[in-house]
Design a protein around this ligand. Structure first.
Ligand SMILES: [Zn+2]
Length: 694
């Protein structure tokens, strides 16, 4: 069976398609837990050391600047009378209810005060007026959905991740502002939280009939589909960490995602654009609304654009300027972004539009009003991205390596004293490493790290030289109790690698990770440590992952990309003694390929045909799509005459026999694939190391 279920969509985060797919039970929403109770029986309260770290952080933060709260509230029209959005089968695919603990007015000592502030702001929920004729629905998904009123209807910017959440947002607008047709949809960029809900707001038949325009930046389709298919399964797994996708929402667990509280898990849809903005700067009038698009490739996303509305003095900064330091490297894994280019495009927007704009809004967070404030934010973010680039390279040129820079790089105070420059998605730590990775790669030029032993292979000698598990546990506990969590993780990590079944060691390391997690401002870092603690204590978490991918998305994938991915799925050991050549012809789109298996490697080339092919397959691309989606086998397509074949059909079975279906629950931390025993679970102290305070 051909499953393409590891396909991942890229969002600012990147959303795992399997959990987003329609139908069937959605991933069960983690239960709401009383906000002063830890959700895990082994979970610990923040230690006195963690409390000190967070208290020091609090003193250093610009709490006297409360403008975000004014901006977040400004223009509020109405909130819906529900906190959850369900799919057609009744499964909850969006849930603000479970983040209500942020409305309790408490300071949670297990959440960094800066992150708590951001997540409290992200409880903005409902319909907001940006200016006359411009509105936003916020808190219905990871992104905002924005509405600009034209002569006869709406121009929608960024229809969210899921059909269900986008539809609910449009219904709220219809109910509160009157019902008008949608005249156009603008996708600001290629990340899935900005287009996946499109079928919730427009009908493809209306697009085909020319009643609705779909507008997107240059190379939108290419990057929407291709950015991360090849390493999709690994990225999917890493979302357990960066996004804490199976961590319960709790002051001790998932505490918001920085950009918003979370990502909806509904049906992902896609309608291809009817108008691609090809020029660097391009003006277009739709339904009487004049828009100037600024392509900004290679910034927050590989295909992205800002928009200026000159008649409104209104500037849309897509996801290039939001209320956070964004990712230069995203922890789920992706090619590193270009911070300098990003800064330059912000500077261009400042000089093209920002000198006269009176309102600025974006695809996450809240708008900025008044030209002075707009220039302050644009300049601040410009300097933020330029600084991480320039200073990281400044340090690299003086010998600071990728393995040190996160401990050396400091964001200048003039930058970090602005809330909108704080790390709620990117962090100075992982972004500074990213810059060095972009320019110099992973190696720190120390021969010891060039071709090192694998971690599990080197660990036993460390454990032996340190005097064995007992000594490491004693020292680990001592370091833990002193609050020296970084050194504790160094030695306990070696022990766990050497003794994956040592549950006591895993529990202690989990306690260490948990405290490090509580201390993080950045939710991606926090989630990664807390997810690590969770897996060490309980094994890889359960939780339904729907086993199908959105048909709209698979349909949009190029045949070449599909064939490339077959090459990645092929197990070279199984293919060791095989060799064959296949010609593939798809008449309806005029493509042809040679697919060749040789040297345990599957390659393909478009536009050529082999004269001596073992097999020639002729199948329309539209008929190949069910095969790509795993709905139908190629053999079945041949049997019913949909596909025509000439030559040795046995090579199809041979190829299929080599293909592996990747499992998105592979083990990351040692000894976590198997669940701990009952005995393990009772073998620890329950209860607080330190009590939760106000
Ligand atoms: Zn986004």
């Amino acid at each position: 069976m051909n499953k393409f279920n590891q396909l991942i969509l890229t969002t600012c985060l990147l959303v795992p398609l399997p959990t987003l797919a329609a139908g069937g039970p959605a991933a069960p929403a983690a239960p709401a837990v009383a906000s002063d109770k830890h959700f895990h029986p082994k979970g610990k309260m923040p230690s006195e050391h963690t409390l000190k770290v967070l208290e020091a952080a609090r003193k250093d933060l610009p709490f006297s600047d409360t403008r975000d709260f004014d901006e977040e509230k400004k223009g509020f029209i109405a909130a819906p009378d529900f906190w959850q959005i369900k799919n057609k089968d009744g499964a909850v695919i969006w849930d603000m209810e479970r983040y209500k603990f942020f409305l309790e007015g408490k300071d949670f000592p297990s959440i960094h005060p800066s992150l708590q502030r951001q997540s409290t702001l992200n409880m903005n929920y409902g319909l907001y007026k940006v200016m006359e004729g411009v509105y936003q629905v916020r808190g219905f998904d990871l992104a905002n959905m924005s509405f600009v009123k034209g002569d006869t209807g709406w121009i929608i910017f960024d229809p969210l991740t899921a059909e269900e959440t986008a539809r609910a947002a449009l219904e709220l607008v219809n109910e509160k502002l009157g019902k008008f047709p949608v005249k156009a949809v603008v996708y600001s960029h290629s990340h899935g939280d900005h287009w996946g809900g499109v079928r919730g707001v427009i009908d493809e038949a209306d697009v085909r009939a020319g009643k609705v325009e779909v507008i997107a930046p240059r190379d939108f389709m290419l990057h929407t589909i291709s950015e991360n298919v090849y390493a999709g399964n690994a990225m999917n797994r890493r979302l357990f960490y960066q996004y804490g996708i199976l961590l319960p929402a709790s002051p001790f667990g998932h505490a918001g995602q920085g950009l918003a509280q979370n990502v909806a898990s509904g049906n992902v849809t896609l309608i291809a654009p009817t108008h691609v903005v090809e020029k660097d700067i391009e003006e277009l009038t739709v339904d009487g609304v004049r828009m100037i698009f600024q392509n900004t490739p290679g910034t927050e996303a590989p295909a992205e654009m800002n928009t200026y509305f000159p008649d409104k003095k209104l500037l849309w900064m897509a996801e290039n300027v939001t209320g956070t330091f964004h990712n230069i490297y995203t922890l789920r894994g992706a090619p590193v972004r270009d911070a300098l280019r990003w800064s330059k495009y912000i500077n261009e927007a400042l000089h093209l539009f920002g000198k006269e704009a009176e309102v600025m809004f974006a695809s996450h967070h809240w708008p900025r009003w008044g030209n002075e404030r707009i220039q302050e934010v644009l300049r601040g973010q410009r300097d933020l991205y330029a600084n991480i680039n320039n200073q990281s390279l400044h340090l690299a040129n003086q010998g600071v390596t990728i393995n040190q820079v996160h401990n050396v790089y400091k964001t200048p105070k003039g930058i970090s004293d602005n809330w909108f420059n704080r790390g709620y998605h990117g962090s100075p730590q992982h972004n500074s490493r990213a810059v060095i990775n972009r320019f110099l790669g992973f190696w720190d030029a120390n021969p010891a790290t060039l071709i090192p032993l694998s971690p599990a292979d080197s660990a036993p000698l460390y454990v032996e030289m340190m005097g064995g598990a007992k000594k490491i546990m004693a020292k680990g506990k001592e370091l833990h109790d002193k609050g020296d969590y970084m050194n504790a993780q160094e030695i306990l990590n070696k022990l766990v690698l050497a003794e994956p079944q040592n549950q006591a060691a895993k529990n202690l390391l989990a306690d260490v990770y948990e405290q490090i997690g509580y201390q993080q401002e950045d939710p991606g870092l926090r989630n990664s440590y807390l997810a690590g603690a969770f897996e060490l204590r309980s094994g890889i978490p359960e939780g339904e992952i729907v086993d199908s991918s959105g048909p709209d998305v698979v349909r949009a994938m190029s045949t070449e990309l599909f064939l490339d991915f077959l090459g990645i799925r092929m197990d070279p050991d199984k293919a060791a003694d095989m060799a064959f050549t296949i010609n593939l012809i798809t008449p309806d789109n005029g493509e042809k390929f040679i697919i060749e298996l040789s040297n345990a490697t599957l390659t393909n080339i478009e536009g050529f045909q082999a004269e001596d092919a073992d097999l020639t397959i002729t199948i329309n691309r539209t008929d190949l799509e069910p095969v790509m989606m795993g709905v139908k086998t190629l053999e079945a397509q041949i049997a019913d005459g949909t596909a025509k074949v000439e030559g040795d059909t046995s090579v199809i079975g041979k190829l299929a026999s080599t293909l592996v279906v990747f499992d998105p629950r592979f083990e990351i931390l040692p000894g976590t694939a198997a669940k701990p025993t009952e005995e393990d679970l009772t073998d620890y102290e329950v209860g607080p190391v330190n009590v939760s305070g106000e």
